[in-house]
Write a protein of this length. Sequence first.
Length: 422
Amino acid sequence: MNISVKVETPQAGSSSFTAIASKSMAHRFLLANALTRLCGGEGAELLISTTSRDIEATRDCVSELLAPEVEGRRARFLCQESGSTFRFLLPIVGALGRRGCFVLEGRLKDRPLSPLYEEMTAHGCILSPQGTPKFLIDGRMTGGIYTIAGDISSQYITGLLFALPLAREDSEIHITGKLESRDYVEMTLKVLAAAGITIRRTDYGFAVPGGQKYALSGQIRVEGDWSNAAVFLALGALTKGGVTCNNLDIDSAQGDKRILDVLRSFGATVTVDAQAQSVTVRQDAGLRGIDLDVSDIPDLVPVMSVVAAGAHGVTHFTNASRLKLKESDRLVSVTQAITALGGQASQDGESLTVLGEGTLAGGTVCSENDHRIVMLGALAAFISSGAVRIEDAGAIAKSFPTFFDELKEGGALYGIDIREQD
């Protein structure tokens, strides 16, 4: 599916959007709820207002995890392209001693699994070679000491934090180097605490007592998603009319709520109503380029690159190496997208630089099957003199299937024209 987005001169007034359910929190609560049932509990009533391909992948895998075991049968986990689903569930299946086959689509099979892979094999698991699209697991993962580099993927640590309480033995997770995307680990700890799991922080990482039982209960509403709301908040920063986004918990553990501080740094006006769970962003004066360390907020970079193009001056995104390991190599795909739309962007090692001139020309963006690049293209249309054509825009379904419907409805004041093309 290809989409063309054209924006005419905006009318006066503020547009309004509602944040969809957090994909990251939905993954975690679905797993905690499944493990509660495997531990003999009834589980909680999870209220997830919206879904996506990634959430459905975890939901399907949870159903397979809960299915009765049949002797000689290997459980089949259809992960689609969801890195969280695969990396969270793999050590859980190992700790449960299940035989499984993880079916990996798209770029997921090529995304890194080390050093989690080596740590799991050292603790009793038998795994297919890395890069295998039908990835097999056998054996039972024991407790013990697990050493994980903190600068590759926080998903490894989350997977172990979910799995090791199920082991018979006590465990320690030793984190080497800087722990990047620390807030994603904090989200995990919040969900585990809600499920009655004890994790102790240590100087080296975490201590995890074995033999624990999950006990999630009650009614739990999954909070709004700051990562996906970022595109609407960025739209407010690029327009004088502004944007209000609802269903955003200001006290959330989600790290991407830092979008508010980032937009303030660019020069946008940000107003927060914590009680109403709403945020309003608008541009009262011009935006300016900034220097931004993105080691903890890599998912914000595609959207922020458009804000940088809409600002005046140079923006440097530094410590961005983990962008290479996403659904696309985002150091490349973001650079290509901004350049294709008439902007100036370049990459150098672990950094991305955008020279903002306030506007873009429009053109064609190849999504590289990456939902964040689809969002980049749609947002770029609001500062482009011509239309923006987004190739393979269907990739948006990975995290936000109703994105274009929401954008069209909430962006009506901007004279937005969204058309599907061959």
